[in-house]
Design a protein around this ligand. Structure first.
Ligand code: MLT
Length: 201
């Protein structure tokens, strides 16, 4: 997969896996990753699907309606890519912390739904429930931050709450942060995620 890798200054730190939103690319979230942890490794990936020229991590049938078959195939592809990247770049596979926004947060959520111990922690900005009614692996104590907007029409509040409940029921240690706005990532949300990361990872 198209990506960029930046070796961090501190080899004891996690590797931040950055997954952009629809229409983004591997450069978009590098500033965000550096803000969260300036000395961690960064692995930032571009989604392999194009929707009217806009990169995404999986196909959708309509806004907010996922192509579940493609989601499964792309989730597996991304999981394999992360494993291979850990091998190639010699970072600790057990210390990958994902930071995803919107479409990137949705595939990150599906990775958590599909694979046990896939991440050391997760920061999910404006995610939805990737799939409903499925069994999710246990993840005792895995720290997860969910950022949500009270007026996010793309991702209704009930979706954020349901995702929190599913992950919590699987044993994750979830913090759900709300802002008053829509689907956008705000400075306050980023700063809250940064403080949360310092405490939990
Ligand atoms: C998705 O398709 O993943 C969600 O609708 C969010 C987005 O617009 O990317």
């Amino acid at each position: 997969m198209k990506h960029l890798y930046m070796q961090g200054e501190d080899s004891s730190k996690p590797t931040l896996l950055l997954l952009h939103g629809t229409g983004g690319n591997e450069h978009d979230l590098v500033g965000l990753g550096k803000e969260i942890d300036s000395s961690a490794n960064i692995l930032s990936v571009r989604g392999n699907v194009l929707e009217n020229g806009m990169p995404r991590f999986f196909k959708r049938l309509a806004e907010g309606v996922f192509d579940l078959e493609d989601l499964q195939a792309r989730t597996e592809e991304l999981k394999n890519f992360i494993d291979e990247a850990a091998n190639n770049y010699k970072f600790d596979r057990d210390k990958v912390v994902v930071i995803g926004y919107s479409n990137g947060a949705n595939i990150a959520g599906n990775l958590l739904f599909e694979y046990k111990d896939v991440f050391k922690g997760a920061i999910l900005h404006h995610p939805m429930v990737p799939r409903h009614g499925v069994e999710v692996p246990t993840m005792p104590g895995t720290p997860v931050f969910i950022g949500a907007g009270k007026n996010d029409f793309m991702c209704p509040a009930t979706e954020s709450q349901e995702l929190r409940d599913i992950l919590q029921d699987s044993g994750a240690n979830v913090e759900l942060y709300w802002h008053e706005y829509g689907h956008q990532l705000t400075q306050d949300e980023v700063q809250t995620a940064k403080e949360w990361y310092k405490k939990n990872l």
